[in-house]
Design a protein around this ligand. Sequence first.
Ligand code: ZN
Length: 146
Amino acid sequence: MTGPVTEEETPVGLAPEVDIDSAWWWQALDAGQFMLPLCRECGRHFFPPISSCTHCGAQDIEHVSACGGGSVYSWIVVHIPQHPVFEGTPPYTILAVDLAEGPRIFGRLLRGGPVQPGAAVQVPQCGCCLTVYRSMRSLVSSSCLM
Ligand SMILES: [Zn+2]
């Protein structure tokens, strides 16, 4: 289980590797918007942001706002950091989340827990975080929401 994480804590992490296909996604996240690529050909959302649809291969893509909500598919609790930048931060929880729009995405649980399969989680809409989730149970008292 993860220890309690306070609202004021900023997740420690490595800078993302931004490339030409994902730059728009990171820029939107920095601006407080959680977005997903949407295929105009098959009408499905996908992730990660790349230049063609992961479902049908079409390159007719648009970038649309997403709700950022989803449910926990699975998780791991990291006790031994695999990179020096994370020393002193374990234990922490990494979630695999099935977004409401369909794609599965990975992120760190910022607060809340314990985690259960199917638990509702939400990406904070404050633009202050990378890919992190909050347990829906902590949403009521959070000031970091839409
Ligand atoms: Zn498609």
